[in-house]
Design a protein around this ligand. Structure first.
Ligand code: MN
Length: 164
């Protein structure tokens, strides 16, 4: 999974030198490979109820595919972070750029940077986001299964974030 996703995130550079997406898709399908070109995936802005600060979310593959669960590349501007939340089946993060902070409720903040891989146990209340002075980007991998919707809680307010 991780290697495939890392290849996916490099798609921006390759797409400028390769044939049109439709031509590539046709060729790929014949070979038994499906390519979802970077140019066909649009980022969305993180919902203000779920994130503080500016966050861009780029889907990596079909979130409705029950065999994989969803995955997204999430990019935080400095100081941006998720609200407190938990994942009923757990969550894995692969840090792809920058330096960020993660924190489990009641525990010390942990600093993570490019290449680090994080696992949140099911139901653990936590947040993740950029350090105050750094951009931060990670791939978020949901665990496949039923009833895996995140439980979203209160924002990580400036008082708490600034005190870290
Ligand atoms: Mn999470």
């Amino acid at each position: 999974g991780a290697l495939v996703l890392a290849g996916c995130s490099d798609g921006d550079e390759r797409s400028s030198e390769t044939p049109s997406p439709s031509a590539r898709e046709a060729a790929s399908a014949e070979a038994g490979i499906t390519v979802w070109p970077a140019g066909q995936r649009a980022s969305t802005v993180g919902d203000r109820d779920l994130f503080t600060g500016d966050v861009a979310i780029l889907p990596l593959y079909d979130p409705t595919d029950a065999s994989t669960g969803g995955a997204g590349q999430v990019t935080f501007q400095p100081g941006a972070r998720t609200a407190w939340h938990s994942h009923p089946a757990g969550q894995r993060l692969i840090v792809t750029d920058g330096t960020g902070w993660i924190q489990q409720e009641g525990q010390d903040r942990i600093t993570v940077s490019e290449g680090d891989v994080v696992w949140f146990e099911p139901g653990v209340k936590h947040w993740h986001g950029a350090r105050a002075d750094s951009w931060f980007s990670h791939i978020a991998l949901a665990v496949p299964g039923e009833n895996t919707s995140n439980e979203w809680l209160e924002p990580v307010d400036d008082e708490h974030y600034g005190a870290l």
